[in-house]
Design a protein around this ligand. Structure first.
Ligand code: ADP
Ligand code: MG
Length: 679
């Protein structure tokens, strides 16, 4: 990469840097010494001057130069926090938490005091907080209560290059705020050099460049395409471990499952090698990992050992791990895509862009020259990878964002100042869905119901379900269902050696073929009735930390129900009532059984299947509603319950005609199919 660096001189510099840091006596002083060695530090005064002189600045700097952790501190030290909080947005919740923890250490306070963070369902900030990290989604939420960001003196939109949906929407909103609040400072920071686009968008805001340190990275390609990149990544790791000089390894994988599989494989293989090799420390990092385990990726590797970090995209630019010398890049990430035509949302493993691949490789050259093993061919890199990742706003469902924008009083979405506008059909679909849910009226204006729905940091369908449950007198149960859905699919676990036990335990929750939603309810109730005990979780093969999270989320939802005047009522015995309340939000997501054993979605027809993890997979009811559609090997419905089609006409008469439902229900089915919950 960078051809003409003087490696010896650079290495000497790095050695001196480390020496200066280790000379400090206390941990706190070491941290302060470390801060002074970051590339950012040399530009401290210059940056503060630029910020004083301009309202909006675009800041560009190599990952790891100190943008996220240092700039808010500089501003605090320079007195900006006297006029209001210093906010900093992050696309990922793990990054917001981890960075806040680090900055709290550097400032010398507890997280939640002067330095805090706010992520969905978890606010770790207080009246004392002056430096606040938050997800970009939470910043949008804060705007609902404080449309001019009045309590902030500075807002830093960090990791702007990631172009997440929420970051893109924030761009448009903060640009507007800057016009009528001349006292607020906006910083747009990005890790890529393509900052001109940001500058152009923000009325030619000046670009502040922070030259980073960067060592050359040797890029090695696979000679032929890899049939199994997980296996290839493991083999490459072991090859590095046995043959290459010291230095830690970073592997980019697509998600928790893959990371766990790789961890298992690495453990197996190294066990077989016994004491012939040095210790291999395996440190995973992904969104659902408990934070104490997340901190492990930052621990210094002991001499003689080697650390392997198994990470998702989060380590691409959001988190910097010191000591990485080898990067293994299989070339994939999980990306959502959305078809406004079918309403199908999917999280698919997709090839990364060239820009991403470059960022990944760069992680190997932060403190010394490094190597990047690309597990694909040079030819694939050149011909198959896109230059840049498509901004999320162009490939996702906009229901939630449109609801938020509407409640911020932005009526004309077609003319909203998007940096890259979403496809018109996607906007249209979101409006149509909100209309069907009753959140918008005939004129596209927010209804009273819509205003209440916007109070919930939830997908509009979930928000509608929660509000409807008040009238349907089962809101206690729906709060639970909603919280359990919010945890995602990390509730059950099935260890390989106890597969049968685990499956039987899980089946017990589905007894009576109640459907997945009610099964989730019964998991939660079982957990609570048994004193939230870890032994109950253990016996039932349920993840305790997911249950703790469900408990937290539930508390928040109940709090919001209180605020929006949704009465808390319980009606445990009445399953139909609970399912009806779910259908009040999810009538949009229904499908009915076909003769060939597949399902067809009722609106925008397409063929789908019940996910094998569902308790309904073998029951195959004639009518079902589902929480989400995922495209993996097939188009699967995940979290499925049977419904009575008559409910659809009852709940959503504007959306389903009695005739349409009757016609579908009247079709003849082969004898043994679709018996459950028939009309
Ligand atoms: P940038 O935002 O420019 O990518 P950061 O401010 O995130 O850079 O990182 C600056 C330095 O702080 C890096 O050397 C990184 O290793 C360190 N750092 C950041 N977060 C943590 C953490 N949670 N624990 C330990 N070190 C961290
Ligand atoms: Mg950063």
């Amino acid at each position: 990469m960078a051809g003409d660096v003087d490696l010896d001189a650079e290495a000497e510099e790095e050695r001196k840097r480390q020496e200066r840091i280790s000379e400090a006596e206390t941990e706190f002083e070491k941290l302060q010494a470390g801060r002074r060695e970051l590339p950012m530090f040399k530009y401290r005064e210059e940056l503060l001057e630029a910020i004083a002189a301009h309202q909006i600045i675009v800041i560009v700097g190599e990952t790891g130069s100190g943008k996220t952790t240092q700039i808010p501190q500089y501003l605090h030290e320079a007195g900006y926090s006297k006029a209001g909080k210093i906010g900093c947005t992050q696309p990922r919740r793990v990054a917001a938490m981890s960075v806040a923890a680090r900055v709290a250490q550097e400032v010398g306070c507890k997280v939640g005091h002067e330095v805090g963070y706010s992520i969905r369902f978890e606010d770790c900030s207080s009246d004392k907080t002056v430096i606040k990290y938050m997800t970009d989604g939470m910043c949008l939420r804060e705007l609902l209560g404080e449309p001019d960001l009045a309590s902030y003196s500075v807002m830093m939109i960090d990791e702007a290059h990631e172009r997440t949906l929420h970051t893109d929407v924030l761009f448009g909103l903060v640009k507007d705020i800057a016009r009528f609040r001349p006292d607020i400072k906006l910083l747009i920071s990005s890790a890529t050099l393509d900052a001109q686009k940001f500058s152009d968008y923000f009325d030619s805001a000046p670009i502040f460049n922070i030259p980073g340190r960067r060592y050359p990275v040797d890029i090695l390609y696979s000679k032929a395409p890899e049939a199994n990149y997980l296996e290839a990544a493991v083999v490459t790791t072991l090859m590095i471990h046995t043959r290459e000089p010291p230095g830690d390894v970073l592997i980019f994988l697509t998600g928790q499952e893959e990371i766990e599989a790789a961890e298992e494989l690495l453990k197996q293989r190294t066990r077989g090698m016994g004491s012939k090799i040095g210790e291999l420390i395996i440190a995973p990092i992904y969104a659902n990992l408990p934070s104490d385990l997340q901190a492990r990726i930052f621990e210094t590797t002991p001499v003689g050992a080697r650390k392997v970090v198994l990470a998702t995209n989060i380590a691409e630019t959001s988190l910097t791990i010191d000591g990485i010398k080898y990067v293994i890049d299989p070339g994939f990430c999980k990306q959502n895509s959305y078809s406004p035509k079918t309403g199908m949302e999917s999280l698919i493993v997709t090839p990364v862009s060239k820009a991403s691949a470059m960022q990944r490789a760069g992680r190997a050259g932060r403190t010394s020259p490094g190597k990047c093993y690309r597990l694909y061919t040079l030819h694939s890199f050149q011909t198959e990878l896109e230059d840049n990742t498509i901004p999320e706003i162009q490939r996702t469902n906009l229901g939630n964002v449109v609801l938020m924008l509407k409640s911020l009083g932005i009526s004309d979405l077609m003319n909203f100042d998007f940096m890259d506008p979403p496809p018109t059909e996607t906007l249209f679909r979101a409006l149509e869905q909100l209309y069907a849910l009753g959140a918008l009226n005939d004129h596209g204006e927010l209804t009273k119901l819509g205003r209440r729905m916007a109070e919930f940091p939830l997908d509009p369908m979930l928000a509608k379900m929660v509000i409807a449950s008040g009238e349907m007198e089962c809101s206690e149960e729906i709060a639970t269902v909603c919280a359990m859905l919010g945890v995602g699919n990390a509730i059950f676990y099935t260890p390989k050696d106890k597969k049968v036990h685990a499956e039987n335990a899980h089946k017990a929750f589905h007894r009576g073929n109640v459907g997945d939603h009610l099964a989730l309810l019964s998991v939660y109730n079982g957990y609570k009735e048994n004193g939230s005990s870890s032994s109950w979780c253990y016996e039932n093969f349920v993840q305790q930390r997911s249950m703790k999270r469900a408990d937290d989320i539930r508390d928040q939802i109940v709090g919001l129900m209180d605020r929006t005047e949704v009465p808390l009522v319980s009606n445990l015995g009445d399953h139909d009532r609970i399912k009806k309340a779910i259908a009040a939000g999810f009538f949009y997501n229904t499908a009915n059984l076909q003769k060939n054993g597949g399902y067809r979605t009722v609106k925008n027809p397409q063929t789908v299947h019940i996910h094998p993890s569902s308790g309904m997979a073998e029951v195959m009811p004639r009518w079902v509603m589902y929480f989400e559609l995922v495209l993996t090997t097939k188009e699967f419905m995940r979290t499925v319950s049977d419904i009575n089609p008559k409910w659809l006409v009852e709940i959503a008469p504007h959306y389903y005609s009695a005739k349409e439902v009757e016609d579908l229900a009247a079709r003849k089915m082969p004898k043994n199919m679709g018996k459950a919950a028939d009309a």
